[in-house]
Write a protein that binds this ligand. Structure first.
Ligand code: GDP
Ligand code: IMO
Ligand code: MG
Length: 429
């Protein structure tokens, strides 16, 4: 059976965690293929709420196996906290989660480097989650990384010390006071000693060659869902560079993040919010800096699941959405948070950009807010609260029209509409 992919089409936080959880009963395996604890995937059911950073969102289904693939980067300190949060559910995480030996580790010094690099950027800072993502992927690409498989190697300590020294040298070039940086509220040495102890936690997991595991699952006709983190506009190649993350968040990332051949990819589910949000810096053409933006943030509870930062909010951006559909080869769209738009008299949606006086629906190379003027279409809003709507047919007509309009513009069916954070608040079409 071919592997299906679920990923974000905007700047992250589209609701990927919720939908992976909703779809998991149909899958045998759920696998993360990129990113690390910069991700925060929220899942709500039975009045409980969980935020996952590294663990795949299939964890709450009793049957599914969850794989952390080679493309992911792992911080054992954060993984431990996630496990603690899930503990009350009684789920045996160590039986249900398999780790790729080839996944790289986020070292304590990667966190220091992330902080000093951001500080040095001044006004041009990325707004990173400061989880060490950029420096850990940099070490991977420059062939200096340490992988999960190395933790049982007799030369692990030597490798670790070598990396630590190299990172100290680098960090001191940027900021002589670097060692004062707090990590998770702790001083460096204290954090590091806990981090080193948490390597034992990784040893308690089954560590696998996940490319063989996934390949075998495909051969045995098992159903595998690849779960993306971040979103297309944060992709290292196709996002709003340099205001991006350091991995391929797009469907191509599944091939190198899990070792899947392109021919083995099946459906591609693209998740998008009925409006847009972005957390951190970088261009955001449809951003609303006014009371409407504030209202979206309030109604949508738009505060980061990983950092708690307020998310920037704006109207739906169709040129960016079409671009994301093109890059990922999306076959089905899932539209999230439509309930947040209830009560707006009118809703705007950007159909084009005006760049240097010319109309286009292409995302330009130079994507800065100064050179892009979004061109909006205004559609009527709806008053109805959607909390107790359970079928697509029962949605207000203006909302149905809005959904059909987007579907027509983008050219891909919207077959799921989400009307609230709970698992149950999901309409299939
Ligand atoms: P992810 O990173 O893509 O998994 O998304 P996040 O969990 O960071 O952010 C999505 C937020 O929206 C979470 O707080 C979800 O509980 C919430 N959410 C998901 N779907 C809906 C929805 O349809 N309506 C509302 N109001 N909230 C939703
Ligand atoms: P999920 O999976 C939203 C953003 C950061 C910053 C930029 C780079 O929950 O959708 P990094 O920590 O990777 O160096 O940050 O990317 N970012 C996210 N924004 N959702 C995420 O993940 C994000 N992961 C990173 O805010 O602008
Ligand atoms: Mg998130």
């Amino acid at each position: 059976m071919k592997i299906d992919i679920l990923l974000g089409l905007q700047w992250g936080d589209e609701g990927k965690g919720k939908i992976v959880d909703v779809l998991t009963p149909d899958y045998d395996v759920v696998a993360r293929f990129q990113g690390g604890p910069n991700a925060g995937h929220t899942i709500e059911f039975e009045n409980k709420k969980f935020v996952l950073h590294t663990i795949p969102s299939g964890i709450f289904n009793p049957k599914s196996i969850n794989v952390i693939g080679n493309g992911v980067i792992i911080d054992p300190f954060i993984l431990d906290k996630e496990i603690e949060d899930i503990k009350p559910t009684g789920i045996d995480i160590k039986k249900k989660v398999l780790l790729s030996r080839k996944a790289h580790l986020i070292l304590p010094t990667h966190r220091l480097l992330d902080a000093v690099y951001e500080k040095a950027k001044g006004d041009r800072k990325i707004g990173s989650t400061l989880k060490g993502i950029g420096p850990a992927y940099t070490d991977k690409i420059s062939r200096n990384g340490i992988r999960v498989g190395d933790i049982d190697n007799p030369n692990f300590t030597e490798k670790y010390q070598e990396a630590r020294e190299r990172h100290f040298k680098l960090a001191s070039m940027y900021d002589p006071e670097f060692i004062q940086t707090k990590i998770e509220g702790l001083g460096f040495e204290e954090y590091e000693s806990i981090w080193l102890k948490k390597l034992d936690l990784l040893r308690e997991f089954e560590r696998i060659d996940s490319e063989y595991f996934i390949h075998q699952a495909v051969l045995e006709n098992k159903k595998v869902l690849a779960e993306g983190a971040q979103g297309t506009m944060l992709d290292i190649d196709f996002g709003s560079y340099p205001f991006v993350t350091s991995s391929n968040t797009t469907s191509a990332g599944v091939c190198n993040g899990l070792g899947v051949a392109p021919g083995n990819v099946g459906k591609v589910f693209g998740i998008f919010k009925a409006y847009c949000t972005r957390v951190g810096s970088g261009p955001f053409p449809t951003e609303l800096m006014d009371a409407t933006g504030e209202e979206l943030r309030k109604k949508g509870q738009e505060f980061g699941a990983t950092t708690g930062r307020p998310r920037r909010c704006g109207w739906l951006d169709l040129p960016a959405l079409k671009y994301a559909v093109m890059i990922n080869g999306v076959t089905e769209l899932k539209m999230m948070k439509v309930d947040v738009l209830s009560g707006f008299k009118e809703i705007k949606v950007a159909t084009h950009y005006k760049i240097n006086g010319k109309l286009t629906d292409h995302v330009p190379y130079e994507c800065s807010d100064e050179n892009i003027e979004p061109v909006y279409k205004t559609v009527p809003g709806w008053e109805e609260n959607l909390e107790n709507v359970y079928t697509f047919d029962d949605l207000p007509q203006s909302l149905k029209d809005y959904i059909l309009f987007i579907e027509k513009e983008v050219g891909v069916p919207i077959n799921l509409v989400s009307v609230g954070p709970d698992r149950k608040q999901t309409l299939m079409r």
